[in-house]
Design a protein around this ligand. Sequence first.
Ligand SMILES: [Zn+2]
Length: 322
Amino acid sequence: MIERKGREFRRALISLGLIGLVLLQNDAAFAWGSEGHTYVNRVAAEKIPASMPLFLRQAVGEIAYLGPEPDRWRSPSEFALKNSQEPDHYIDLERVSWLDPLPAGRYEFYRKLYEKRASTTDHPDDFLPEHVGLQPYITMEVYGRLKAAFREYRQRQATHQPTLAVQHAIIFYAGWLGHYVGDGSQPLHTTIYYNGWFGANPNGYTTQHGIHAQFETAYVAANITAKDFAGLVKKPERLDDPFARYVAYLRESNRLVENVYQLDKAGGFAGKGSPAAFDFTTKRLAAASQMLLDLWYTAWLESAVSVPAEHPASPAMAPSTK
Ligand SMILES: [Zn+2]
């Protein structure tokens, strides 16, 4: 009896824990929710031009599935994974307004932030990399993986070797990349005001937590489908400097933060929402699909450029190269 009671108690605790997990997850910032991320990837994949490999154009379903993939890595049951990758989904650009342009590599970014933290007395931990967010870095790192895989694909094709394995890798990288590009178009993923206004508030914006999920998940799921914005996405463009263009894209999202709060204040994201909210949201989703398509296209074209066969470590890097 005691044993049974104990078991029931444990079961009740587990149930409570599960409820807690669900609540926690609902509260977390999952940009665009599952629907929005799937749409962003699907719309971009449907626009892949005929000049890119056929297998990729035929992988629309897989690429769409992968849109929400990094949000599947946020469960406390895989703590190390959750812990390591949560800062990848956002960047609080206000915290790095003094750092323009952003350095191209994550470790130089870390170094600048730690220098800033050391010289700051007011909330120095605000400058920890994991508090600022690493959005543009993970994006360019996955972009690099995609480009390297495209290069491998070209080489294997040229030498008549099997390409099936590298095709799978390319589809995965292309879909994975779409998640971060999708996050980057959501203004609340580029700001300290990611889930409610704080501090001086002359315009009376909401200070409640909840605007984030209401906008990107509840409103989108109830009111928008992929076909609502597919027509806004044009043919891809080769990006001359992908990192600079991507940072500019994030800064544009950041400029639109107050628009989200204004639309929310006017009730734009409640229930069926408003025409203005629909227009704004479909344009942001289209901006994501466009940037994603442009990055895929650029990675494909750049992968044709041969790279040196050897990459000797520079003297400064040698000690850490193991
Ligand atoms: Zn995300």
